[in-house]
Design a protein around this ligand. Structure first.
Ligand code: SF4
Length: 441
């Protein structure tokens, strides 16, 4: 089936909110600020840490510590096309090329391999939580050995149940206490409860604004593409406890609201199809990922990766439970529910899955999740081989062919459904107002 190239719609470009810079520019500045603050702290002789993306950073904020985020740093390095070189440098050091690309980039950088992509100060201490994945543990242990520095570790085991059991929260509360003691010894300061409470307040404000922004993908037509959210991931990972990040996301949500009212969108093409894009994007290949979608009028209106970093809580116990929920640490039932709720809220007619060679835990769960989508949502699901950081594992040709296949099936089903007067997309009416990121305690 031939596919016609989709032309841009006239006058669809959104405008910034009156009297403000565009939110995207504001948010870019916030990430730069986090890294600059870390460099300034290092120059003043203060301690600077490296943290995994879902470590309960609120604890470190109670000590005014500056931290950088190796996952974010690795993603930026990969997006700026220096990831492969650093991956290979890590392999030359003896690390296997089957290890996650983020870890390889970070280990090479920690060992002194330079990069011009984005630089961050070398760490004086490490904060690691295995709620992201267990590979994290070995990654951070190796960095601790390279620099001979303390590693503060929170163990959040994989959740086999949908609910977070009370005893798991008890286990985490004990670890929070111990981490505070370790931070007190590290900094020579006492834990400052007001600063901790303030950090929690800002983290919740940032998360609320981020989730609100993500939810605009549920509008039809959508005022954004899921790819816009990928561009803001650095903020939600590295700046959750910064007021400026909260303000940036509030501005972003306002822009989307304005776009809805003015019928504009960052997705400047007709929305022929709406899909769920599953997994971490291939950062070095964002353009090759986006182009075939754009050329076929396929807008991404559901992504799991972005809202997974927006989580809210009211008490410290709820905070502990919220940190138990990350894409690779929840059971299949929760994983399916997150995605299917989003599919129903946002309206999709197909899904595209990145079998990300770097991220074994994520890709490993996908065959069963895909099977459930086909059964529960009756949508076509197509996957491709990719990698978030290692360019050797992505083929643009294979990807184009897979997108083409998905478009052909969606075209056929769309024509059939329209002829019968049926909904093309997963049913908006069946949608309940679920905040799937909220801890279920
Ligand atoms: S990409 Fe996957 S394997 Fe790599 S750190 Fe993240 S969760 Fe772990």
């Amino acid at each position: 089936m031939a596919v016609t190239k989709i032309e841009k719609l006239p006058n669809k470009k959104p405008r910034p909110i009156e009297g403000h810079k565009p939110a995207a520019a504001v948010l870019r500045g916030v990430v730069d600020m986090v890294y600059n603050n870390a460099w300034e702290a290092k120059k003043r002789g203060e301690l600077v840490g490296w943290s995994s993306s879902k470590f309960p950073i609120e604890l470190a904020k109670a000590f005014d510590l500056n931290v950088c985020y190796p996952e974010n740093h690795a993603a930026t390095t990969a997006a700026k096309k220096d990831g492969l070189r650093l991956c290979q440098a890590a392999e030359d050091m003896g690390y296997d090329n089957d290890i996650c690309g983020y870890a390889r980039i970070s280990l090479a950088y920690a060992a002194g391999e330079p990069t011009d992509a984005r630089r961050m100060p070398q760490p004086d201490f490490l904060l690691c939580c295995n709620n992201i994945c267990n590979m994290m543990t070995k990654w951070y242990e190796n960095i601790a050995r390279i620099h001979n520095i303390p590693l503060i570790y929170i163990d959040i085991p994989f959740s086999n149940t949908v609910e977070v059991p009370e005893e798991k929260v008890d286990y985490l509360m004990g670890q929070f206490k111990y981490a505070i003691k370790q931070l007190e010894e590290l900094t020579g300061k006492k834990f400052q409860e007001e600063k901790f409470n303030e950090a929690c307040k800002i983290a919740n404000r940032t998360a609320a604004a981020w989730l609100k922004s993500c939810n605009y993908m549920g509008k039809e037509p959508s005022p954004l593409s899921g790819f816009d959210l990928f561009n803001h991931m650095a903020d939600i990972v590295a700046a959750r406890c910064e007021v400026k990040a909260a303000e940036g996301f509030e501005l972003l949500a306002e822009e989307f609201e304005q776009s809805v009212a003015e019928n504009t969108s960052t997705w400047e093409y007709p929305e022929e199809h709406r899909i769920l894009f599953e997994g971490i994007p291939c950062w070095p290949a964002l353009k090759p990922l986006f182009e075939p979608l754009k050329n076929n009028g396929v807008n991404v209106t559901a992504v799991v990766y972005a809202p997974a970093f927006g989580f809210r809580y009211e008490t410290v116990r709820e905070m502990a439970a919220a940190y138990c929920k990350a894409p690779c640490s929840v059971c299949i039932e929760t994983g399916v529910e997150w995605r299917e709720t989003m599919a129903k809220e946002n309206g999709i007619s197909g899904a595209l899955v990145n079998y990300n060679r770097s991220c074994k835990p994520w890709s490993g769960a996908m065959p069963e999740i895909e099977r459930r989508w086909k059964e529960d949502l009756d949508i076509p699901v197509i996957h491709f081989d990719g990698d978030q950081a290692d360019e050797r594992n992505f083929s643009a040709e294979q990807y184009n062919t897979r997108v083409q296949g998905l478009v052909e099936i969606m075209n056929e089903r769309k024509a059939e459904r329209e002829a019968k007067g049926e909904d093309v997309y997963t049913n908006f009416e069946n949608t309940k107002e679920t905040d799937w990121s909220k801890p279920t305690m």
